[in-house]
Design a protein. Structure first.
Length: 147
């Protein structure tokens, strides 16, 4: 019986073994933590976690500068396709999420009207206990049971 030595796959080899290429996105099929993928890089004894989309950026474009995030043009958290990724800071990430309708809190300070169309004027606006702007007309209607 021949004896051989086992060579552990590199992180890059393990990465590619868990990527499914489709016509649009390249999807991470490995471990997940929440809606994003999860990958350990480094040796078995000294390893650190990294998100697969960040790892993809690093193997295609190099190190990610401090403080920058890897964002998705395609808005698919498991996508690791390099041309679907771009760099941005936290603010760019929040603005991107707002543009794509994934979060509803960013940009509310720029709204000129409430969701029912009443103008946010000084006379028609107050701040609630959390500091959020509220429409007086809608609040009065809610108290009267008409909303």
């Amino acid at each position: 019986m021949p004896t051989g030595t086992y060579t552990r796959p590199t992180t890059v080899e393990r990465f590619w073994g868990k990527v499914k290429k489709t016509d649009s996105c390249w999807l991470w099929t490995g471990s997940r933590q929440g809606k994003y993928g999860y990958l350990h890089q480094g040796s078995h004894s000294v390893r650190s976690p990294i998100r697969p989309h960040r790892f993809s950026w690093e193997i295609h474009f190099g190190k990610i500068p401090e403080g920058l995030w890897v964002l998705h043009h395609c808005d698919v958290p498991l996508c690791v396709r390099p041309d679907h990724l771009f760099l941005g800071d936290r603010k760019a990430n929040m603005l991107d999420a707002a543009r794509k309708g994934r979060i509803c809190t960013i940009g509310h300070s720029r709204l000129t009207h409430c969701k029912r169309g009443h103008a946010f004027t000084s006379e028609n606006t107050y701040r609630d206990g959390k500091g959020h702007r509220r429409c007086r007309t809608c609040s009065r209607a809610a108290i009267r049971g008409r909303v």
